[in-house]
Design a protein around this ligand. Structure first.
Ligand code: ADP
Length: 660
């Protein structure tokens, strides 16, 4: 026997014993796998001439044996050879990627919390990884493809007997879901896979007998797998009237007999062809979860039916959470593409713009040719027309949600806002008018999320630009001298905490003809003309001092000048030119970032007592003091901005010197 890897064992145990409360979903998982396996074989047959399939071959069978307590799900799909069995079923989530570890940690954390356990040292370390993962462990586990293992929630033993198409060898994988599994040669007629569960014995509240009844199984198929596009067939017992014997007398009473018949249990009428008013939310939810392997209900469902020269049906889902791999380079966007109910492409990328890459769904059009291929998609004007319609519908749905259901929208924004901001940035602001409507940012004044339109609406009459500050956290940003200065004028400031924010605003440049201004860049159009002249004059008056300060700092700054806006802080840093301090901070983490440097300006508050001290030192000809104090102010300003200081030790010594 081969033993499960330790981490698999832990996860298996977790899943079976605590995570799923809804055990019956195991059947959906097995049917989804069967359907996927048939899709795979079908796709292969399109290019591999040696595979001869008729659509009728591709059915999924369900059968049970009450006495033996077995339930079997059979498919005529791609099957697995020995290696595939080992790889796919030997380890849970055969990737040992970071995400998986994070998911596992999250699951453990969830379990620990449930048990009310104290965090020990080890758990605390795990918790760090867990923070990086979405909160809900159930979701993550679903996303990591442990669907098959859900069988162990109801089975004490699972056997998988499988034979790849065209192979003469069959294999049997067998496990009790506790310690490990065995793989041995087996006999099997025909290609495909049989998954045979030996159900657990009933215990207490747990009754597994419903999975051994026609009624129970039919109900589950209808509820969870109704729209699987292969027929799910089951032998069912029916009853019929016996033919009346010829010699039957007047007192003949009809007799009945029972017989067995293969019945297709799922409806197979594609859900996307039905009007939204005819489908319940529950049905949409179940379709979404089984089709797209998500464990959470979708946040929104969009259904489109177009008729005319080009007819098509579209069913779209906006997920309620981001998939774990949304930000990995392996993430592939796309919609399922069907032509007359036949799946022709699993992920048609061209149907979704990058900024809506999180949307899942189906497009079906009888007007598309069946042998549409990747190369021709670009040139296919029908597909382009559908894609435009899809994009418009998503945009409208999001605008509707924003308007009517703010709470839902804010949740959506937390999950996918970053994608939309990237969309604005990577398209060089081309879509800023439409996507701009969807943006939400934290308002320092309102202390909540606001749209740009709401920001503009609330602007005092004399305010010309939209102000924002970019940095690590809203708390830190709210304390920045420049933010305070702008707020002091009665203007709101958007506090932006995602790395993409500054880039997004810089590509937009303006919104509804209002310039977008980072408060950390000079030139804020904030001060009155008289403030500006006063600052310029004060700078000129103290030219010798500022030259000395600039010399003290060398290349670190472009110039030192009197600030026209600072209110209480003694000094701050701003940037001249297009590169803000925040951008420099972000770029510093990337390769070849040396060239990206902002042009820093040290602005001094002429109304602050510190300025008098500097002036006095300069007047007394104490060049050392001027240099030391300049260094101090500069480093302080860096710290306030959240930027690293060059020499923290020297800074600490300097502060101590002052205290002595
Ligand atoms: P997922 O389906 O999410 O990838 P599962 O744990 O359900 O995760 O299955 C793991 C893998 O095992 C699948 O990706 C597939 O390669 C393989 N597999 C499962 N069931 C079948 C089946 N009926 N036929 C062929 N391969 C299967």
């Amino acid at each position: 026997m081969q033993t499960f890897k330790t981490e698999s064992k832990k996860l298996l145990d977790l899943m079976i014993n605590s995570i799923y409360t809804n055990k019956e979903i195991f059947l959906r998982e097995l049917i989804s796998n069967a359907s996927d396996a048939e899709d795979k074989l079908y796709f292969k047959s399109l290019t591999d001439k040696s595979i001869e399939l008729s659509r009728n071959d591709l059915t999924i069978g369900i059968s049970f044996d009450k006495d033996a307590r077995t339930l079997t799900v059979s498919d005529h799909g791609i099957g697995m050879d020995r290696d595939a069995l080992e790889k796919n079923l030997g380890t849970i989530a055969h990737s040992d990627s970071q995400e998986f570890k994070a998911a596992q940690a999250a699951a453990e954390k969830a379990q620990a919390e449930e048990a009310g356990a104290e965090k020990d040292g080890e758990a605390a370390a795990d918790a760090k990884a867990a923070d990086a993962a979405p909160k809900d462990a159930v979701d993550i586990i679903g996303q990591f493809g442990v669907g098959f293992y859900s069988a162990f929630m109801v089975a004490k033993e699972v056997r998988v007997v499988t034979k790849p198409y065209g192979s003469s060898e069959a294999w049997e994988w067998k496990s009790d879901g506790v310690e490990g599994y065995t793989i041995e040669p087996a006999e099997k007629e025909g290609f495909g896979t049989d998954v045979i569960l030996t159900l657990k014995d009933n215990a207490g509240d747990e009754n597994y007998d419903t999975y051994l009844t026609e009624y129970g199984l039919k109900d589950l198929v209808k509820r969870y797998s109704n729209y699987v596009h292969y027929p799910i067939q089951m032998m069912v017992t029916k009853s019929r009237q016996k033919p009346k014997p010829e010699d039957a007398g007047d007192d003949y009473k009809p007799e009945y007999e029972q017989y067995q018949e293969l019945e297709t249990v799922n409806s197979m009428t594609p859900i996307w062809k039905r009007r939204k008013s005819e489908v319940s939310q529950e049905e949409y939810n179940e379709f979404y979860k089984s089709q797209f392997h998500d464990f959470a209900d979708p946040a929104r469902v969009i259904s489109v039916h177009a008729e005319g020269a080009l007819s098509y049906d579209v069913l779209l889902f906006i997920p309620s959470r981001a998939p774990f791999d949304l930000w990995s380079k392996d993430y592939k966007k796309g919609l399922e593409l069907y032509s007359s109910n036949v799946l022709i492409m699993e992920k048609c990328e061209d149907l979704l713009p990058d900024y809506f890459n999180f949307v899942r769904g189906v497009v079906d059009s009888q007007d598309l040719s069946l042998n549409i291929s990747r190369e021709t998609l670009q040139q296919n004007s029908q597909l382009r027309a559908i894609a435009r319609h899809v994009e418009k519908k998503i945009q409208q749905e999001l605008e509707k949600m924003l308007k009517n259901d703010r709470e839902d929208y804010e949740k959506f924004w937390e999950n996918f806002g970053r994608t939309i901001k990237y969309g604005i940035y990577t398209s060089y602001g081309m879509n800023k008018d439409t996507l701009g409507k969807l943006l939400l940012f934290y308002s320092a004044k309102e202390q909540k999320m606001v749209t740009l339109a709401e920001y503009i609406e609330a602007m005092p009459e004399d305010q010309k630009a939209i102000y924002y500050a970019a940095g690590e956290s809203t708390e830190k940003l709210a304390k920045m001298p420049m933010v305070k200065a702008v707020l002091g004028k009665g203007y709101d400031v958007l506090l932006c905490t995602q790395d993409v924010d500054d880039f997004c605003f810089q590509t937009m440049q303006n919104y509804e003809e209002k310039d977008l201004k980072n408060v950390a860049n000079g030139d804020l159009d904030l001060e009155s003309e008289s403030d500006k002249t006063a600052a310029e004059e004060a700078t000129k008056e103290n030219e010798a001092l500022f030259t000395a300060m600039k010399d003290a700092l060398g290349d670190k700054v472009k110039r030192v000048a009197v600030s026209s806006v600072l209110t209480d802080a003694p000094a701050c840093l701003t940037a001249d030119g297009p590169i803000s301090l925040e951008m420099e901070k972000i770029m510093a983490g990337m390769p070849d970032s040396d060239q990206v440097k902002s042009e820093r300006v040290l602005e001094i508050n002429a109304k602050h007592p510190v300025f008098e001290v500097l002036k006095a030192a300069q007047a007394a000809g104490d060049a050392d003091k001027v240099k030391d104090y300049t260094d101090l102010l500069y480093n302080q300003a860096l710290l306030v901005e959240g930027l690293p200081i060059d020499d923290p030790v020297a800074f600490a010594q300097e502060v101590c010197k002052l205290m002595k």
